[in-house]
Design a protein around this ligand. Structure first.
Ligand code: VGL
Length: 211
């Protein structure tokens, strides 16, 4: 019989989402989650990294942060954001304490196309028609349980976790000790949305290791 495996997923744990990049999308304390991501990975058989990798001239880019979060008439780039996570810049780099990219078992680069700004790591598009291969790869590794951490709780962590649960049918645990969010209100509704689809939320390594 095949051994059911566990995967740990580090979602967008990049400097662009930390106070180290104040002109991008700084998430309070986003730079502090490296040790918690490493700890959760000790419980897993395979480790996955996802990274935003956006072109500087993407259609959703606005210069002024005051113009952010405006709806756009595009199915796969729904909101305006300031430029962030451009390959070759500091913001693209992973946060301190994480292993080199080549140490991961699988890596997903998200939002490379200028007219696609996905949040989840399982699909290149918001419409969820074009797979990144993540779900298929996890199935090929006999993964049944997925532990998710990263940035930001209320956007890419939430969407990735929900895709893994609904489209991959994995047991999904979001480790809030290894996540930080953009906004307390949207973090709270993200938690409600995740619980509503059967995702488990834990808030410490101890709780994670007791599951
Ligand atoms: C994210 C907002 C915009 C995230 C990415 O990684 O959570 N949030 N782009």
């Amino acid at each position: 019989m095949k051994q059911a495996k566990i995967a740990a997923i580090d979602v967008d744990a990049q400097r662009t989402f930390t106070p180290l990049c104040p002109d991008e999308l700084p998430v309070p304390e986003g730079d502090t989650i490296g040790p918690a991501l490493n700890e959760q990975a000790t419980l897993a058989d395979v480790r996955v990294l996802t990274k935003d990798a956006h072109p500087a001239n993407a259609i959703w880019v606005v210069d002024d942060p005051a113009d952010m979060l405006q709806p756009l008439p595009h199915k796969n780039a729904d909101l305006t954001w300031v430029q962030h996570a451009v390959p070759g810049t500091k913001g693209f780099e992973t946060i301190d304490a994480l292993p080199a990219v080549t140490e991961y078992h699988y890596v997903v680069w998200k939002g490379i196309e200028p007219d696609l700004h996905p949040y989840g790591a399982c699909f290149h598009d918001i419409e969820e028609k074009l797979s990144t291969g993540l779900i298929e790869w996890l199935h090929s590794q006999d993964v049944e349980t997925v532990i998710v951490g990263g940035l930001a709780t209320d956007y890419c962590v939430k969407t990735t976790a929900i895709q893994l649960k609904k489209r991959g049918r994995f047991d999904v645990v979001v480790n809030l000790a290894a996540c930080r969010g953009i906004n307390a209100k949207t973090v709270s509704s993200a938690c409600d949305e995740m619980l509503a689809v059967g995702i488990k939320l834990v808030d410490s390594q101890l709780a994670l290791s007791c599951l």
